[in-house]
Design a protein around this ligand. Structure first.
Ligand code: ASP
Length: 349
């Protein structure tokens, strides 16, 4: 009898294990960011905080609806990033930061972890939703990256929405450029001359130390077990003409591979490019057999500041594990998992 009971219970245990394994495979995850930087609670009004939370929640809801229905990770990240691009609070699409010349030059990339297909656009000024243009480059052209007027011409040919550059103007970002210009000239003066007390204090204010970040991104794992990543940005305030950041560089600010992880970065792009941030994390996982947390913490919390940069990233691995490390004061971020687990956060814990 004892033996019978043992076999019987082992049989049920096995069924349970098999069922759990199947359920795991069908579980989706969506993670987003709205930029990392000096985001301090002391600098935030309750209204502003509410607006950011609403913006992040709206983006999560859009992508979640796609994944819930069994849609692809690729569709989910594109739809999510489009919501953030249309929201003037974030530095991408409408609400993008200004270059030193007073223009908005946008970068975006998307990558499909299933096929390693990738597309990106850089330095575009008239495409309303650069992330959709990046996807068109991936799917409708033989290329991976297109820049400037060529990318704009291609987007128009693909029937994407083209807008006047003035569409991207926001008062807030314009003021940001004036502030950045003033701070830059103070930095220049400081190199050769002493600053007045007032000006020296201005440079030291935490919110003035990095006024530049705010990229948006999304990564997802769909019910079929496929990963995808998308990033879109106006880049860094006061950047020079023609400067391209990490967001549209595959392997730097954006990367997805079904074997490992999907990643979207935000922060000081030059450092993300030099560290080949996203692909290095993927390699550490694939060849170094590190876990997601270990690999992403090593790169974001150690290697990035060690080189002099800062920022953060969002990641989801092939098993649905989420990481959102950043070495700045804050990062607009959040995730939603099948079954309803949802998190939206702004500040450092
Ligand atoms: N990484 C972006 C860039 O350097 C900026 C950001 O994340 O806000 O273009």
């Amino acid at each position: 009898m004892k033996k019978f009971l043992l076999v019987f219970s082992l049989f049920f245990l096995e069924i349970l294990v098999v069922q759990t394994a199947v359920a795991q495979k069908g579980k989706y995850v969506l993670v987003i960011h709205g930029g990392a930087g000096t985001i301090l609670k002391s600098q935030m009004t309750p209204e502003k905080e509410k607006a950011y939370n609403e913006g992040l929640n709206a983006a999560l809801a859009k992508g979640q609806a796609v994944l819930e229905k069994g849609g692809t990770a690729l569709d989910a990240v594109e739809a999510t990033v489009r919501v953030l691009e249309d929201n003037p609070l974030f530095n991408s699409g409408k609400g993008a930061v200004f270059t030193n010349e007073g223009k908005n030059e946008l970068d975006a990339a998307i990558m499909d972890g299933k096929t390693l297909g990738a597309g990106s656009v850089a330095g575009v000024t008239t495409i309303r939703n650069p992330i959709t243009a990046a996807r068109a480059v991936m799917e409708k052209s033989p290329h991976v990256m297109m820049a400037g007027t060529g990318a704009e011409k291609f987007a128009a040919q693909q029937g994407l929405e083209i807008v006047d550059p003035s569409y991207f103007f926001t008062e807030e970002r314009w003021k940001g450029l004036q502030r950045a210009r003033q701070l830059d000239s103070l930095e220049q003066i400081k190199k050769t001359d002493s600053l007045s007390k007032k000006h020296a204090a201005l440079l030291k204010q935490p919110e003035n130390r990095d006024y530049k970040y705010g990229t948006v991104g999304a990564v997802a794992l769909d019910k079929q077990g496929n990963l995808a990543a998308a990033t879109s940005t106006g880049g860094m305030t006061n950047k020079k003409y023609g400067r391209i950041g990490d967001a549209p560089i595959i392997g730097a600010g954006t990367y997805a591979n079904n074997k490992t992880v999907a990643i979207s970065g935000t922060g000081w792009g030059e450092y993300f490019i030099r560290l080949v941030m996203a692909k290095t994390i993927s390699d550490m996982m694939e060849y170094g057999k590190l876990g997601l947390k270990q690999a992403s913490d090593e790169m974001v919390m150690k290697q990035l500041p060690a080189l002099g940069g800062d920022g953060g990233l969002i990641a989801v691995d092939k098993n649905g594990n989420v990481a959102m490390p950043f070495c700045t004061e804050g990062m607009y971020r959040g995730y939603v998992k099948e079954g309803g687990e949802k998190v939206v956060k702004i500040y450092k814990e």
